[in-house]
Design a binder for this molecule. Structure first.
Ligand code: EPZ
Length: 484
């Protein structure tokens, strides 16, 4: 993939100039050779990478060690949180995936300065929102990534106004953001919806009492961010308890916010006048870890995952053990060894700490290789079985009935040409191809690139036969190449 900077703007900043008035340990000098400032407004994502495919020859056990990246779903709200202050926010362990690039483009389109680390600091980004001029999230960006709506609350809280495109439909469900809007209204914002945009304004938000009709992850994050600068106290009930919510609260607290109860169903936020800069390391990606564990189990490998947090994967580990898998865990690593006779086990997706919906597709592939019938119930999204039809093309025995899928196993999988429909469906097809007989061609892998960092290189590193074929360039460049 090639990013084409139309007019690169490169300058190596001095350490002091980046951090006026900042507090805490992130004053550690940033070495001159580490950061570059790039003008993202002139960078386009090359269309040819949208044509990439994976070619995977199945049958190789995954053996060795894989380093898990930072969590996309923790990094996205953390980047939006930088809007809440005019001081720099330094985020580490940021995954190098397409959704993060989209978020960077979004922030820069508003007037933020975004610096990318490279070399040893390549997973660090520094965001400065001291010159935000255009509090708008345009349709072009929002349509490629719904999580762009996470800027709504922070913009209203900091700038007093925001214009954010309605996200529109999604492959896995309607996914409205009505609860974000209702919550902002309870904090005193005036909301207008017209021409496909949400226009929100408030001189200053005021604390309020929000009871979510439904548990929503980004809804909880969006309103928690908004409430940090509101006048008075906000109490939010029926909140999401995902680790990504807790991680965001940890960052906001480092920025000077006063938050209690993150990780529980009730969060209290005492609004403050102003927030300041901070440095924060993003938590590991539990869904990437779960994806590699599932692949290791099915390929009969011996795989160690490093830089992960098994405590975030309780429901998955328990379910895999029920299915006959042995997993050894340590505080920041997991090991899956081979020799499992998989037995069928039902799953029902739930909000955290229940079985994650983002692991449902990968688990379905596993169920096709288990002895017996597994019933998979999808409780979170109304249309999250697109992968089932592609797995059936590879020989699986799956029947979808509304929000339930009945998987009969074990059925041998054979290679076929299949296509991705969304991020996690893509992961289930990659895993299926790793165990299928023959060479599978997976189309539209740009879905995978949205949330998995260099998955083909990580898989190749532990013995998988996988290659990416694209229209033009063989090697995928993630960070923008600097044509100094
Ligand atoms: C987050 O999406 C994740 N995305 C999703 O991961 C994940 O699948 C989902 O939470 C559930 O765990 C990010 O964190 C960026 P929700 P989110 O609001 O916040 C309904 C991936 O693969 N709802 O918790 O958008 C909604 O339709 C992605 O990485 C409303 O009705 O999900 C759904 O049925 C996919 N109104 C349910 O609530 C609202 O205002 C839960 O959605 C908001 C949500």
């Amino acid at each position: 993939m090639k990013l084409v900077p139309k007019s690169p703007n490169v300058r190596t900043p001095g350490p002091a100039s980046l951090l006026p008035g900042a507090v805490g340990d992130f004053r550690k000098p940033v070495s001159r050779s580490r950061t570059i400032r790039i003008d993202f407004r002139n960078i386009a994502i090359a269309p040819e990478s949208l044509m990439d495919k994976f070619v995977i020859r199945g049958g190789n056990p995954l053996v060795g060690s894989v380093r898990i990246s930072g969590a996309k779903n923790a990094a996205l709200p953390a980047m939006a949180a930088a809007i809440l202050t005019d001081e720099p926010v330094i985020l580490e362990n940021i995954p190098d995936v397409r959704d993060i690039q989209t978020e960077r483009n979004l922030l820069v389109s508003m007037g933020a300065e975004v610096e990318l680390g490279y070399g040893r600091a390549s997973h660090r980004t520094t965001i400065s929102c001291s010159k935000l001029a255009n509090p708008e999230a345009a349709y072009e960006l929002v349509k490629t990534m719904r999580a762009s709506t996470l800027v709504l609350g922070p913009l209203v809280a900091r700038m007093g106004r925001a214009r954010v495109s309605q996200p529109g439909g999604c492959a896995i469900g309607a996914r409205p953001i009505d609860l974000h809007i209702k919550g902002l209204e309870r904090l005193g914002a005036t909301i207008k919806q017209e021409h496909g945009y949400i226009e929100a304004s408030a001189e200053r938000l005021r604390g309020g009492h929000i009871i979510f009709d439904k548990i929503t992850v980004t809804g909880t994050e969006d309103l928690m961010m908004a409430a940090t600068l509101a006048q008075g106290e906000t109490i939010m009930e029926n909140c999401a308890r995902e680790p990504e919510v807790t991680d965001l609260a940890a960052l906001l607290t480092k920025m000077g916010a006063r938050i209690e109860g993150a990780g529980t169903h009730t969060i209290r936020i005492q609004g403050v006048e102003k927030l300041h800069g901070a440095r924060h390391r993003i938590i590991p990606d539990r869904i990437e870890a779960g994806t590699f564990v599932t692949a290791a189990v099915l390929t009969g490998g011996d795989l160690t995952l490093t830089n992960c947090d098994p405590s975030h994967l309780g429901a998955l580990i328990q379910k895999l053990e029920e299915a006959g898998v042995r997993i050894r865990t340590a505080p920041d690593s997991m090991r899956v060894t081979n020799g499992h006779q998989l037995i069928a086990a039902d799953i029902t997706t739930e909000e955290y700490p229940g079985f994650p919906t983002d692991m449902q597709a990968q688990y379905m592939t596993l169920a096709t290789q288990a002895q017996g019938t597994s019933i998979i119930t999808e409780n979170i999204f109304e249309n999250r079985f697109m992968h089932a039809h592609e797995l059936v093309r590879m020989g699986a025995n799956i029947k979808v009935e509304g929000r339930r899928a009945i998987v009969r196993g074990k059925t041998p999988l054979s290679s076929a040409a299949v296509q991705c429909s969304d991020l996690r469906a893509s992961a289930s097809l990659v895993i299926a191809a790793l165990v299928a007989d023959g060479e599978t061609i997976i189309d539209r892998v740009y879905h995978v690139d949205r949330g998995y960092e260099r998955i083909e290189e990580k898989l190749k590193g532990v013995g998988a036969q996988i290659r990416r074929i694209g229209e033009i360039l063989p090697k995928r460049a993630t960070a923008p190449s600097v044509v100094a």
